[in-house]
Design a protein around this ligand. Structure first.
Ligand SMILES: [Zn+2]
Length: 449
């Protein structure tokens, strides 16, 4: 199936490899339950013969698809007709060469580049994926959509949903709620259903409801979302003058980004559009370090698509037996059973990748440095800087290599962490407010100190 189309869906299980039409709404292989990939019939797509050809699109940016940081690379994710493509101006991001943060991480000053995904319309990288997934939703004529999330996903989904005229429903549990992000979902008009249960209960309910009512599911299983997230790498390459960095460093939570980035580089290499695939470092928080533990201690690998499921099953059974619940201030990566684990293992194989974990203290200090010397970021984003610092100290990343760190979300996404860090002088970069009497001379004295 699918050989006459530009794209099709395919199961990643090597013993299954079932193919499905791009117009089907699946999210998991109906034959074996594994993850699905979007694959392309490249000979049916007019892919430019060099990446710099995409630069011409910028001169035509009054066309919304050429303005979009996702769709100006549309030949590299050609799964739907232009008439169905959705954009709200996502992907107008900045890759900033930042000397001060480079210095903090132990790098040479001109070697560190920060990719600010917080500049997206809903304030996080999720908008890249939603532009792609909502285009698929429009292609299959979905009327309503849903996700379980209290985070960036619900914010991004709600924004794209009202733009596309879809009704959206966000499922949240009664556990910890990131109000900074949930506030966006409410403001963007999503229906919010709070279930008496935890996040796993929400995930189960949202899948059951979607199946029963035919709602379009926008959780992390959606393979079209990852196609949009590939473009973060294209934009890094674009802003580095159409050259690849030596390393990409990315926070690891549900592992959608690392999965998408590896797929992007693999495809670019196969198409002859890049010569060298960058190495990738994926950074967990120590309180949610499933990937680190599985890869570094349990020696789990992609193994040429034959991942040892027994290692994963044993690991998850142990988490259940210990009643383990992940804990980190970086709520966006507070995940112990990452949905895209196997695709991430593939990226590690493709990019000669490595995995590390960093403490909350290291995350908060790194976040303060990005705030003080850069454009700021949410806690999970700063894991990439904290991880880079480790890797430079360990000599894994050379201080003169060109490194792109992906900063996934805007600093205003999680103001509580920021305020607590500064006001209680918790870290080495804390900048607390100073109490002053209501007296001009005293105030002047404080400022001139
Ligand atoms: Zn399958």
């Amino acid at each position: 199936m699918g050989m006459t189309e530009t794209a099709f869906q395919m199961c990643i299980n090597p013993d299954c490899r079932s193919r499905f039409d791009r117009g089907q709404v699946l999210f998991k292989c109906p034959n074996c339950g594994e993850l699905l990939d979007i694959q392309y019939n490249w000979d049916k797509i007019a892919v430019p013969d060099k990446l710099s050809s995409f630069a011409a699109r910028w001169a035509n940016r009054q066309n919304p698809l050429d303005f979009s940081g996702v769709w100006r690379f549309r030949e590299l994710l050609d799964f739907c007709p232009d008439t169905r493509k959705v954009t709200i101006g996502e992907g107008q991001t900045i890759l900033e060469q930042n000397c001060a943060v480079a210095n903090y991480a132990g790098m040479n000053p001109d070697c560190l580049f920060l990719q600010y995904e917080g500049l997206n319309p809903s304030g996080s990288f999720k908008d890249n994926g939603m532009a792609a997934a909502f285009s698929h939703a429009k292609m299959v004529q979905a009327k309503s959509c849903a996700c379980a999330s209290t985070g960036n996903t619900s914010a991004s989904m709600s924004l794209y949903a009202h733009t596309c005229g879809l009704k959206s429903t966000v499922f949240i549990g009664s556990g910890r709620i990131a109000f900074g992000k949930l506030s966006q979902a409410m403001d963007y008009g999503a229906q919010t259903i709070q279930i008496r249960g935890d996040f796993d209960d929400c995930m189960a309910q949202v899948q059951a409801v979607c199946a029963k009512l035919g709602l379009y599911l926008l959780n992390s299983l959606n393979p079209f979302r990852l196609e949009g997230q590939k473009t973060i790498m294209y934009r890094i390459i674009e802003q580095m003058g159409w050259s690849v960095p030596d390393w990409v460093v990315v926070p690891g939570g549900n592992l959608g980004n690392s999965s998408a980035f590896g797929k992007a580089f693999l495809e670019l290499k196969e198409l002859g559009l890049i010569q060298q695939i960058p190495r990738m470092a994926i950074i967990n928080a120590t309180g949610a370090d499933t990937l680190t533990d599985l890869v570094n201690n349990k020696k789990l690998t992609w193994n040429d698509s034959r991942v040892d499921q027994k290692i994963i099953d044993r690991y998850y059974a142990d988490l259940t037996a210990r009643n383990f619940s992940p804990h980190t201030c970086a709520s966006a990566i507070e995940i112990s059973r990452p949905v895209n684990l196997k695709k991430c293992l593939r990226s590690i194989a493709v990019c000669d990748g490595i995995v590390r974990a960093v403490t909350d203290e290291e995350i908060c200090d790194a976040k303060a440095v990005v705030g003080k010397y850069g454009l700021g970021c949410e806690p999970a984003s700063a894991a990439s800087i904290a991880g880079l610092k480790h890797l430079v100290e360990q000599g894994v990343i050379g201080k003169d290599e060109r490194v792109a760190c992906v900063l996934t979300g805007h600093p205003l996404k999680d103001p509580n962490v920021t305020v607590n860090y500064h006001k209680d002088s918790l870290g080495q970069f804390s900048n607390p407010p100073i109490e002053a009497p209501n007296d001009l001379d005293e105030i002047i004295k404080l400022i001139q100190q």
